[in-house]
Design a binder for this molecule. Structure first.
Ligand SMILES: [Zn+2]
Ligand SMILES: [Zn+2]
Length: 157
């Protein structure tokens, strides 16, 4: 299964980078890494905390979840997606660009829908070439109403 291999790769890659930065291999750190490695898209800190509690292992305190996320973000191992209302979501950044995608955010229910588009990627590279700018990373977030919320809003009128 190529996808499972990629997930393992990110967990290994993240553990190595953390060790290289002087962080010790801790239970909370490993639990957060293992969880994020399995996600197809971004989770909020609260969702991470709840998922870890539901996983049956030793619960990880909220402060530890935030600390680990912060470490991962500083090493650019996760990217942060602002979904409005002061909430951020986090997802694994694969070193080879695998699973690279962007996000649609529903401003009504805060659902995050991932999307990928080759044409969009080509456009971003074309812009970078034109202005001679070395784009290291990019994350595009489109805000609006998801299908469910849009329908609900129309029905209310
Ligand atoms: Zn995502
Ligand atoms: Zn919605």
């Amino acid at each position: 299964m190529p996808d499972e291999l990629q997930q393992l790769d990110w967990a290994d890659h993240a553990s190595e980078r953390l060790a290289g930065a002087g962080y010790r291999r801790g239970g909370a750190r490993q639990a957060v890494i293992d969880l994020l490695a399995q996600q197809p898209c971004a989770l909020s800190a609260l969702e991470i905390e709840e998922a870890l509690r539901g996983a049956g292992g030793r619960p990880v305190a909220r402060a530890s979840v935030y600390r680990v996320i912060d470490e991962l973000e500083q090493l650019k191992l996760v990217s942060r997606i602002e979904v409005g209302h002061g909430i951020s979501r986090y997802e694994a950044v694969h070193p080879d660009g695998h699973h690279h995608h962007h996000h649609l955010v529903c401003d009504d229910c805060e659902k995050v829908i991932p999307f990928a588009d080759d044409e969009l990627e080509r456009t971003i590279h074309r812009v970078a070439d034109r202005v001679a700018f070395d784009v290291a990373e990019h994350d595009i977030v489109l805000h609006g109403s998801c299908g469910d919320c849009g329908r609900r809003r129309t029905a209310r009128r």
